[in-house]
Design a protein around this ligand. Structure first.
Ligand code: ADQ
Length: 212
């Protein structure tokens, strides 16, 4: 997954995924400018497999994370050059809402595609809805909880081949969730995964914590 070689980096006006805009507006009569991007809304799913008493996270190489690390390492010149493996994140299973389907349906298909669990969309529990990147994109994310067991595991997962997705699964055992959240040495994870894990500890964990 970390066999990555950068070919080129260019400026970009617009793409299927990112549309930068400059807004001029007034607030309380004062002229203002704000630069922002239109990006897709998205879904994310906290998956707990009761058979292995673990949260199922995904790991993937994130170009944006890696290139941002390279950018700042180059600027400050006092850090070692980042390696592609540094751009591999810990995340919730997630996906962009790039088609006209209810968020639960998109969430269920992302769970199948990325992790191989077949779940029913209407069994997903909504944890929260919130805005990502409020300074730059403000896109909406729907966060769901899915409880699964090994009978629902119908394929390996790993992402959509046609889209070139390369995703590894990472099982985080219940007993390690707290230390994972509190580990300040691991930075390559978005805040959503930390929030979702804390929600799980507050709301679900006690149902599974009996001594074996
Ligand atoms: N910026 C981009 N540039 C080029 N190709 C892209 C792209 N974003 C998505 N794609 C393509 O679309 C495919 C499907 O993406 P997904 O729906 O799985 O979203 P992903 O989890 O990659 O991240 C997406 O959804 C999560 C949702 O949480 C966001 O955090 C994250 O920024 C967003 O890329 C990717 O495999 C890739 O081919």
């Amino acid at each position: 997954m970390d066999d990555v070689k950068i070919i080129s980096v260019n400026g970009l006006k617009e793409s299927n995924f990112i549309r930068p805009r400059r807004l001029k507006y007034t607030q309380a009569g004062k002229d203002k400018i704000w630069d922002y991007m239109i990006v897709h809304d998205s879904v994310a799913i906290l998956i707990f497999d009761v058979s292995i008493k673990s949260v199922v996270l995904v790991r993937q190489f994130r170009p944006a994370v890696y290139m941002t690390m390279c950018h700042y390492a180059e600027k400050t010149n006092d850090q070692p050059e980042p390696k592609p493996s540094d751009g591999i994140t810990y995340e919730l299973c997630a996906g962009i809402m790039d088609r006209k389907e209810p968020p639960q349906a998109i969430a269920a298909s992302e769970v199948l595609e990325e992790t191989g669990y077949e779940i029913e969309a209407d069994k997903l529990q909504l944890i929260s809805e919130y805005r990502n990147g409020v300074g730059t994109s403000g896109s909406l994310q729907f966060l769901y909880y899915a409880q699964v067991d090994n009978s629902m595991k119908v394929s390996e997962g790993g992402g959509c081949d046609e889209e070139g997705e390369m995703i590894d699964l990472y099982n985080l055992p219940l007993k390690d969730i707290k230390s994972f959240i509190e580990d300040t040495t691991v930075t390559n994870r978005p805040v959503g995964v930390l929030f979702a894990l804390q929600w799980f500890l507050n709301n679900k964990a006690e149902n599974f914590e009996q001594v074996d």
